[in-house]
Write a new protein. Structure first.
Lengths: 307, 508
């Protein structure tokens, strides 16, 4: 196990390094931060732009900029934002918990919704509850998430006046963004739980369990669910990684002060240090989660543990 | 059913979670909440160029002069000024008994420190320095008198001292705490003082009762950074934001229809035109350029695309701009005449006209399509080409790679045509890739040395007429500044430049 984790950790370092290199390189292809900084307006001469570039350290060759960024990471210093010089570490410190909390809330909500619904559909295969759940999940899959978000704001905030339309203020702020994400996740997860459950239920050991006279409940929860959980854990683990990265639109609509907002603004402003810092941290998280998923397999299925 | 209990429980949980949540909607009395688009990241006056900085920071700082919603210049930290030594020296008398929020006194040393910093190495790193390079240095005459020694005349200087880089900062505070600290914990002499700043979330200010113009009537000013227009409008409708600064034309009717909201649509600084390529293509010919101007119905565009929130322009400036000539009229829309002119100029039917524009500008995308429609009606073959903003501004325009026409949008907060015209039409400037007209250059240079307001205005008007005569662009419209305001806000006169100042504002 220790060897396995060590190997994966080494891989992780390599992946994160590759990500930082690609991001640092790609953003530099896309425009001049000095111009973005002055908004393309006003009486700004080429000399002024040159001064700004120099102050931002942009006139140095790419590899120098990149290595000084790497050096910064090792010492915990992600540099300063081009927009106003706020330390990137401060921005990330504020934004990371917001994103993790939202991703976590979305995932939990989705699991709470999808596991019982999926099992229910599997047990009632072919009958109307199954059909209804499958149709609902198709509808859920077809929603563009930003549209769903805006509809929720219209309904809960403007029409009912129940929830704040944006921002992260109290527990009530979580309801709409988490629910939006959860509904879309649930749409896929329900199908996954259902399929996986159906497959398990057709196994011989289930028949054996049933023929031993075990109660339905015991068969379902103790025998079937645990065995169906492996693909689910893999998928949900990957989803969590995807969630952290893919939360951008939702964060934007709900003005959620998280990593997505940070990355979005950084791209728009060509704020290299902020983007590099944000993506590096996100990459670290995704790699870490994948590692945890691999370890979790072992806990669920002892057969995998030894390999 | 075995699982019906589970589902019931789930439904119940959802109901329990949702039910007790009453919107924290109602605002505290005495607090105004403003939604701006971008978090400037730093509250230091020398670091920024963006309007949202000023929307908030105009309450923290004062300049030597100030400019209210009526766009008229008034004394602020300077009570009077006079021009000496053949305009090479401007002497300011400073207001006495003024304190910074940290208790530090405002005096001549603070003014000198502010401009030494702006014009020195610290200012070099930011975008503000270039606006103030006409100043050589600031000299202290006595504790409450300073002289600005000028490198060259700058008729717009007094306006520039009313905002952005000209805001006066506290010397002792910055020297003690350092620049990085000041960025995040600003101190000025303005009517509201800094309380708290959460990057990407909000900036909270509270009243500074000892302000020289009297204590403000509000307790707090909260600025929230909300980049998405839909979200700003939702927050406005929910009553959690009192002033929303980003209302796209399409959402204006929503705000207008809400009983508790007012839609404010006022003349703003932004002007939009289609600049024409005078070097290549059919637009090389001045008569063709004039024909294109006459072929586009700007009134229809304003009505259909801008939903009426704009005005047609005759030159590339708003009617608030110094140098605007109200008597000047644009060439009229006349499709038949335009067609005839094209024919006379020998333009073949199906000749290409490409419009390059900023791809992120959804409004202009529609305008470009409308313009293309008119060009097609003239028998030409139009194409609309969206670009990434920085590519268009850094490469395509300055390097003269544009099509026949390109999207020009401009809005200087100084409302002085000089700022626009010089950069647009003087040879060698970034925004003028194709022309080198000695006559235009001479006019533009001449007005920069003039302090006589009336005379300078005349020259600027001459510039505008000359540009129209040369048909360098298709002047389109002056876009309104559109904001949404909750009706509980009283005594609020919205300024066209969005540089809010909430001294006299109250909320119910």
């Amino acid at each position: 196990m220790a060897g396995f984790i060590l190997k994966r950790l080494l891989q992780a370092v390599f992946v994160v390094l590759a990500v930082t290199l690609i991001v640092s390189f790609a953003i530099r292809l896309s425009g001049d931060p000095a111009v973005m900084l002055v908004g393309g307006a006003g009486s700004v001469s080429e000399q002024d732009l040159q001064n700004i570039r120099q102050a931002l350290g942009l006139e140095r060759p790419f590899y120098v900029q990149y290595f000084s960024f790497l050096e910064g990471i090792l010492t915990g210093d992600f540099g300063k934002s081009f927009m106003g010089g706020t330390p990137v570490s401060l921005l990330i410190k504020n934004a990371l918990p917001a994103t993790l909390l939202l991703a976590f809330a979305s995932l939990i909500t989705s699991i709470i919704l999808s596991v019982p619904l999926g099992i229910y559909a599997a047990v009632n295969r072919g009958r109307w509850p199954d059909q209804a759940i499958r149709i609902l999940s198709l509808v859920g899959l077809s929603f563009p998430n930003f549209w769903l978000a805006i509809m929720m704001v219209l309904f809960f905030s403007i029409m009912l006046g129940l929830l704040p339309p944006s921002g992260m203020e109290g527990p009530e702020s979580f309801v709409m963004p988490a629910l939006t994400m959860a509904i879309i996740l649930t749409a896929t997860n329900v199908r996954l739980v259902r399929t996986s459950m159906l497959e398990t239920l057709s196994q011989q050991y289930i028949m054996v369990a049933r023929s031993k006279g075990l109660r339905d409940r015991v068969v379902l929860y103790k025998h079937a669910l645990r065995n169906s959980a492996i693909p689910l854990v893999t998928y949900i683990g990957l989803q969590f990684g995807g969630l952290i990265g893919g939360i951008v639109i939702i964060e934007r609509v709900f003005n959620w002060p998280g990593m997505g907002t940070l990355a979005f603004d950084a791209i728009a402003n060509r704020d290299y240090p902020v983007l590099q810092g944000t993506i590096t941290v996100l990459a670290l998280f995704i790699v870490l989660i994948n590692l945890l998923v691999d370890i979790a397999y072992g806990l669920i299925d002892p057969r995998i543990r030894t390999e | 059913m075995k699982f019906s209990t589970t589902i019931k429980a789930l439904g119940l949980t959802a109901a329990v979670v949702l039910a007790p949540l009453m919107a924290s909607g109602a605002q505290a009395a005495g607090t105004i909440t403003v939604a701006t688009t971008i978090d400037p990241g730093s509250w230091d006056p020398i670091d920024t160029f963006i309007v949202p900085w000023s929307s908030a920071a105009n309450n923290i700082y004062d300049g030597l002069t100030s400019r209210g919603p009526d766009m008229k210049l008034q004394p602020a930290l300077a009570t009077s000024w006079e021009f000496l030594d053949n305009n090479n020296r401007i002497r300011f008398k400073l207001r006495q008994n003024v304190k910074f929020h940290n208790g530090e006194p405002f005096n001549a040393a603070a003014v000198k420190f502010t401009f030494d910093r702006l014009l020195g190495d610290e200012g070099k790193k930011g975008p503000q320095q270039s606006n103030y390079t006409s100043i050589t240095k600031v000299e202290i005459v006595d504790d409450y008198t300073v002289d600005f020694i000028m490198k060259q005349p700058d008729p717009v200087l007094l306006t520039k001292l009313a905002g952005y880089g000209g805001m006066i900062v506290p010397p002792k505070y910055i020297q003690e705490k350092g620049d990085a600290y000041f960025n995040l914990n600003p101190v000025g002499t303005g009517p509201f003082k800094f309380v708290e700043y959460t990057p990407k979330v909000n900036l909270v200010l509270e009243a500074f009762p000892e302000h020289w113009a009297g204590a403000p009537k509000l307790d707090k000013v909260v600025t929230r950074f909300i980049p998405e227009a839909n979200t700003q409008v939702a927050e406005l409708q929910a009553g959690r934001v009192d002033v929303a600064t980003l209302i796209p034309f399409g959402l204006a009717p929503t705000v207008e229809k809400s009983p508790n909201l007012t839609l404010v649509s006022i003349t703003g600084p932004t002007v939009v035109s289609l600049r024409l390529n005078t070097k290549e293509g059919i637009t090389k010919d001045v008569n063709v350029r004039k024909a294109l101007i006459m072929g586009v119905d700007r009134d229809a565009i304003i009505k259909a695309v801008l939903l009426g929130h704009g005005k047609p322009i005759a030159s590339f400036q708003s009617d608030l701009s110094f140098g605007n000539d109200p008597a000047m009229k644009p060439l009229p829309f006349d499709l038949a005449k335009a067609k005839q002119m094209l024919q006379q100029a020998g333009v073949q039917p199906g000749a290409p006209v490409r419009i390059d524009f900023r791809g992120n500008d959804a409004t202009f995308r529609e305008v470009a399509q409308a313009a293309a429609g008119y060009f097609q009606a003239l028998g030409l073959k139009p194409a609309v080409q969206p670009h990434e903003v920085s590519v268009l501004l850094n490469d395509i325009i300055p390097n003269g790679k544009t099509g026949e026409a390109w999207h020009n949008a401009w809005g200087g907060w100084t409302f002085d045509y000089d700022n626009t015209a010089y950069l647009m039409y003087h040879s060698g400037e970034k925004w003028n890739p194709y022309d080198n007209d000695p006559k235009l250059n001479a006019l533009l240079e001449k007005q920069r040395t003039m302090y006589d307001v009336k005379e300078r205005e005349k020259v600027l008007q001459e510039v505008a007429r000359y540009v129209a005569d040369q048909a360098l662009e298709i002047p389109l419209y002056n876009q309104n500044t559109v904001i949404g305001v909750n009706k509980r806000v009283k005594n609020f006169v919205p300024p066209a430049d969005l540089r809010f100042r909430f001294n006299d504002v109250t909320v119910e």
